[in-house]
Design a protein around this ligand. Structure first.
Ligand SMILES: Cc1cc2nc3c(=O)[nH]c(=O)nc-3n(C[C@H](O)[C@H](O)[C@H](O)COP(=O)(O)OP(=O)(O)OC[C@H]3O[C@@H](n4cnc5c(N)ncnc54)[C@H](O)[C@@H]3O)c2cc1C
Length: 474
């Protein structure tokens, strides 16, 4: 057995992102001997968590960088709005209420916050931004875990969680593609994310169109442990077709493009599919509110591709894109450069321009500047594309994370049809489907992971430290 895997272990944590680290730190602080098995190599540790920027936090008055107050009911109403009621109210309210104590806990464990960035997302009251982003948060937690004596093994792919009746006995793990080894512990915390990076699984859920989706985060979240637990009779929550997906720059890499591949130009654009047809109201609402629907809209188009077109008037109205846009002096030339039929594109933009009406344009609020007699309409920020140069961006669906997960109790214990397992807890994306039946609330992924990661770590340590069992290290 590889030296680092030698136990005995009280708590084994599968995964190395936010939820796993919160669990590992909490368990270690309770006095447990903790092993983290992180599937990724060290430079890519931290899963999707390293791509994050903020977390959503309830607070009764100004708290750290957060302004004003954000009460439980308002937070819950915001969640109801995006999930359209598809949530477990008890779990959701538990997460919301617990979020208030998370912020000071995070600060005490090395996370630094900064006021929210101005620009397209104005979340200074509801969301606390991590100074240095998710990467800095993950690094701070790894440092803290190391100080607490937690052992971390990288490139440690867990392939099977071995259960005997209602108890976990050991995990099967391959380190750096080596032979399978068995590692025993008294408790296990599963925090290995969703299944979005297994494109075959995505395609089974969504159909072949899913092969054209881009994955915004880590390639290591392939749902191996999730599948293994479901195959062993653990209860699932959530719908495999539900996920967080946004429209991103079509030139983004297949995996790990992260936040910079986001495109914020849609409200000011005319968006067409590859047949040069508009398919949705680009000006439905301010961008943060509509941001999460465009992934699905583009996914439903032929070839899973869209094109956002703007003119010089709008170029400086949104966060600059990481890749420069395609630029042309006429709409026909832009179509040619984007691989679209120039005549058809010119006709679509011409019809759009004809439907625009004069009025006052306000880029930061719904201005009611709507098209007339056009289907679908553009209900705000509708200005003709007539000022060269013209710019175009290819859009593709970018999947953030999937919602199918494991059902857990409020104590984060993994549920089977005959009740909770006695020494298996889960946290993070792996359980998010209970609370996020559909839709998404910005910053809530990290809140769910922080709250349930800490609960899982506490429970796993309590179980391990009160049981005087003989460890079986295979
Ligand atoms: C680009 C982007 C931006 C985002 N921005 C935000 C934001 O600002 N705020 C927010 O709240 N949420 C955001 N999210 C969502 C957020 O990242 C997730 O909700 C959150 O990070 C989930 O944490 P987690 O610990 O459950 O999963 P992850 O952080 O993804 O960690 C999963 C871990 O499991 C490991 N793993 C997977 N399979 C195995 C295996 N078989 N064996 C061992 N290890 C394994 C992975 O390597 C990884 O370390 C963003 C996501 C992306 C992709």
């Amino acid at each position: 057995m590889a030296n680092d895997l030698q136990g005995p272990w009280d708590v084994i944590v599968v995964g190395g992102g936010n939820a796993a680290l919160c669990a590992a730190i909490t368990a270690a602080e309770a006095g447990a001997r903790v092993l983290i098995l992180e599937g990724a190599p060290k430079p890519y540790r931290g899963g999707n968590s390293r791509h994050t920027r903020n977390f959503r936090c309830m607070h009764r008055g100004p708290l750290s960088v957060l302004t004003g107050s954000y009460a439980e009911d308002e937070y819950f109403d915001d969640l109801l709005l995006v999930t359209k009621g598809k949530t477990d109210e008890a779990l959701a309210r538990f997460v919301i209420r617990s979020s208030e104590e998370c912020l000071p806990w995070m600060e005490a464990h090395g996370v630094r916050f900064q006021p929210s960035l101005s620009g397209t997302l104005s979340l200074s009251r509801t969301n606390a931004f991590f100074l240095g982003g998710g990467k800095a948060l993950v690094n701070a937690y790894y440092n803290m875990a190391q100080d607490l004596g937690v052992t971390v093994v990288y490139e440690a792919q867990v392939t099977h969680v071995v259960l005997e009746g209602d108890r976990f006995t050991h995990v099967e793990v391959s380190v750096a593609s080596g032979p399978t080894e068995c590692v025993s512990g008294k408790s296990v915390v599963l925090a290995s994310g969703g299944f979005q990076s297994d494109v075959d699984w995505l395609a089974r859920a969504w159909g072949p169109a899913a092969r054209n989706f881009l994955i915004r985060g880590t390639p290591y979240n392939r749902g191996v442990v999730l599948r293994d637990m479901l195959d062993q009779g653990c209860e699932s929550v959530g719908d495999p077709t539900q996920c967080h997906a946004v429209a991103i720059d079509g030139r983004a890499p297949k995996y790990d493009g992260g936040i910079v591949t986001r495109l914020d130009c849609v409200p000011f654009a005319v968006v067409v599919n590859k047949h040069c047809e508009r398919f949705y109201d680009e000006g439905e609402d301010v961008w943060p509110k509509r941001y999460a629907i465009w992934g699905r809209l583009v996914a439903a188009q032929p070839g899973q591709v869209g094109y956002a077109l703007i003119d010089a008037k709008s170029y400086n109205l949104f966060m600059p894109s990481v890749f420069p846009p395609v630029k042309a002096d006429t709409i026909g030339e832009l179509g040619q450069k984007l691989g679209l039929d120039p005549a058809k594109l010119s006709a679509t933009v011409g019809a759009f321009n004809d439907a625009c009406r004069p009025g006052k344009f306000h880029p930061t609020e719904r201005d009611g500047l709507a098209t007339e007699g056009l289907t679908p309409p553009k209900t705000n920020w509708a200005r003709p594309l007539e000022t060269p140069p013209f710019y175009g961006y290819q859009l593709r669906p970018g999947v953030t994370f999937t919602y199918l997960g494991l059902r857990v109790t409020q104590d984060a214990a993994v549920q089977t049809r005959s009740g909770p397992l006695r020494n298996v807890w889960a946290a993070g994306e792996m359980i998010a489907g209970s609370i996020l039946g559909q839709g998404y609330l910005a910053g809530f992924g990290m809140t769910i992971g922080t709250v349930f990661g800490r609960v899982a770590g506490r429970q796993a340590a309590a179980h391990a430290l009160t049981k005087k069992e003989t460890l079986r290290v295979a």
